[in-house]
Design a protein around this ligand. Structure first.
Ligand SMILES: [Zn+2]
Length: 362
């Protein structure tokens, strides 16, 4: 399936953490169509095995999270307005007047909008301040709590940004959940490639749950796969906007990136220092296959690999990504070519991992 069509389809699916079924079923179909031995584990991870050509060859896991951030309904007001809380790292300042989709207990989706005090009635100081999420509310068009409940809305129902996909100039794309449907689109294309060319290593592709919530869905997949190495596909921050000048070298359209170092403090106290051999392999594969490669290192960020690296006797991990602007907003911007080149990069790495590859740190 062509990348653009695939990315659009996946970005328009609704799959908040804990409710990934729509994505999981689609990924299962894509993996199975490519001939992968595919199953969904108890947590909801979609895992597809592509046996390698070498007997007792290494096992490599390539994963991407398929969930997205959103909200949950915290309270239903007597007049039918919904109070919400965050499910994942939502930037609260973008929320007023935003369209949302609210999932009912039956699994269908209702349209809604985050209320914003009428501009004409707002005091001067209210016009420029960010409202905390506790004060926000969602309007689904009903007039009472009973009406909301009749539609299947209950406390705990998840919500997501109303899905969108827009093609900007050239190969630039803008919309919801580029994080991490771009990574999932890569997985699907890697599956097609594996169906044509079998590397020595046995490859498990895993579309994983819960990343935006607790980062530990992929951990369960790794526990079962027992990989020697894991390549984790997710976004990296693009530093090419006026507000991030001087922070990162990464640019949208500049190619995929190796995230050499990421770390998240504030209680998480975890991150990933890339396995040097795998980072070097990415560099080598990119150079030999003419893929432009960028490098990224930052605190404040964390991915699934932070937990995968602790499974079994420790998997060698590397984070690879495609640059994204305006992360976690409904208008994430990325470039189709970066995603296509990320596929080429990963396939190039998989081809080069032989039985003698050193998965130890040194
Ligand atoms: Zn992500």
């Amino acid at each position: 399936m062509a990348l653009e069509e695939l990315l659009k389809e996946l970005m328009l699916l609704r799959a908040p953490s804990g409710y990934e079924k729509e994505m999981a079923y689609r990924m299962r179909a894509l993996f199975a169509a490519a001939g992968g031995e595919t199953r969904i584990d108890r947590a909801g991870n979609v895992i597809a095995k592509f046996a390698g050509s070498a007997e007792n060859g290494p096992v490599v896991m390539v994963c991407a999270h398929m969930d997205q951030l959103g909200f949950i309904v915290r309270q239903i007001e007597p007049n039918g307005f919904l109070r919400i809380d965050r499910l994942g790292g939502v930037p609260v300042k973008v929320l007023p007047s935003l369209k949302l989709s609210v999932r009912t207990t039956a699994g269908s989706w209702l349209p809604g909008v985050v209320g914003a005090k009428s501009h004409h009635a707002a005091a001067a100081e209210e016009k420029t301040k960010v409202d905390p999420i506790e004060t926000l509310y969602v309007d689904i068009g009903v007039r009472s709590a009973a009406d909301a409940r009749n539609l299947g809305v209950e406390i705990g129902c998840p919500c997501v940004y109303e899905p969108s996909y827009e093609k900007l100039h050239g190969e630039m794309v803008c919309g919801t959940s580029a994080d991490n449907r771009g990574g999932c689109a890569c997985l699907a294309q890697i599956a097609s490639e594996l169906s044509q060319n079998r590397p020595a290593a046995t490859v498990f592709l895993a579309a994983c749950v819960w990343e935006e919530f607790n980062l530990r869905g992929a951990m369960l997949a790794a526990r079962e796969i027992k990989p020697d190495a894991a390549i984790c596909l997710d976004v990296v921050l693009a530093g090419d906007t006026p507000d991030l000048e001087g922070r990162f070298d990464t640019a949208v359209g500049g190619g995929p990136a190796v995230s050499v170092y990421n770390f998240h403090g504030r209680g998480t106290l975890n991150g990933c220092i890339a396995h040097e051999g795998l980072a070097r392999l990415a560099d080598q594969a990119a150079a030999e296959d003419s893929v432009a490669l960028q490098f990224f290192a930052s605190t404040g960020i964390i991915t699934d690999s932070a937990y995968i690296q602790f499974e079994n006797t420790g998997a060698a991990c590397v984070d690879l990504g495609f640059p994204v602007r305006y992360t976690h907003t409904p208008g994430e911007v990325c470039c189709l070519r970066d995603i296509a080149d990320l596929v080429r990069l990963v396939c190039g790495m998989l081809r080069r991992i032989g039985p003698d590859f050193n998965f130890n740190r040194y």
